[in-house]
Ligand binder design. Sequence first.
Ligand SMILES: C[S@@+](CC[C@H](N)C(=O)[O-])C[C@H]1O[C@@H](n2cnc3c(N)ncnc32)[C@H](O)[C@@H]1O
Length: 275
Amino acid sequence: MKAVTPPHTSPVVGIDTLDDPRLRDYANLRDVSLRKSLEAAEGIFIAEGEKVIRRAIEAGYPVRSFLMSERWVDGLRDAIPPGVPCYVAPPADLARVTGFQVHRGALASMARVPLPPVGEVVSGASRILVLEDIVDHTNVGAIFRGAAAFGIEAIVLAPRCADPLYRRSVKVSMGAVFSVPYARMSTWYDGLGALRQLGFDVIALTPAADAEPLPRVVRRSRRPALVLGTEGDGLSARWEGQADVRARIPISPAVDSLNVAAAAAVACYLLTSQD
Ligand SMILES: C[S@@+](CC[C@H](N)C(=O)[O-])C[C@H]1O[C@@H](n2cnc3c(N)ncnc32)[C@H](O)[C@@H]1O
């Protein structure tokens, strides 16, 4: 393996072994618990694919290093900041380090930046999403992507909601996790009450048959906060009870519920269609 550098100021760094500590940022990318602790300890996340890497850099996240196969270097060369190493390896070595076939060929280790407080993120927003304890990183990424597509201005996460900067979320979102502002609540218990005090109409999305049809609810809502529940059990009783209104996307009685990311996309579209 070798390290290539852009034409400007980066030093050339040789990598002789796959155990090189400089590759530690990229180790075992499929091992969720290892990655969670490593990324939290190091304050990093992994961006994958040229488009997503460029979007992360444009959004202002500092890059620690790149790891890619030779064929991606020219395409990304102009995006490599001075002094940042770019490690290059054959695809088989990439797979050995990361634990999977890196189809999009390029990875970047990026530094996290502190999240703003909820109040700051939602101030000035006229429509937001609130995610309670979504577990699946794919769903988080897909929700951000749909939110960006339909003009949602901010997303608020419950304290235990999965991390939007986990590699899978970042990838599925196609970088929307960098463009839709988000914040994490510090407390779950009074989280919705705080949003109401900030002037939002808190709308709990549930497939329950006794909830009001969402199209009717969005027509009268001035500043909607659409609240989505976890994949298995849906919204907690506390949050459903705290909402101003419970609303459902009408679906066939033959189907229990929508996937949470699909529900989010439909609900966001309904908001957009009021414009
Ligand atoms: C897979 S569902 C959870 C299903 C759970 N058994 C329930 O009854 O809520 C995950 C989340 O998606 C949203 N959702 C799914 N289908 C919906 C629908 N038809 N109308 C409104 N929200 C829906 C809700 O926010 C729900 O908490």
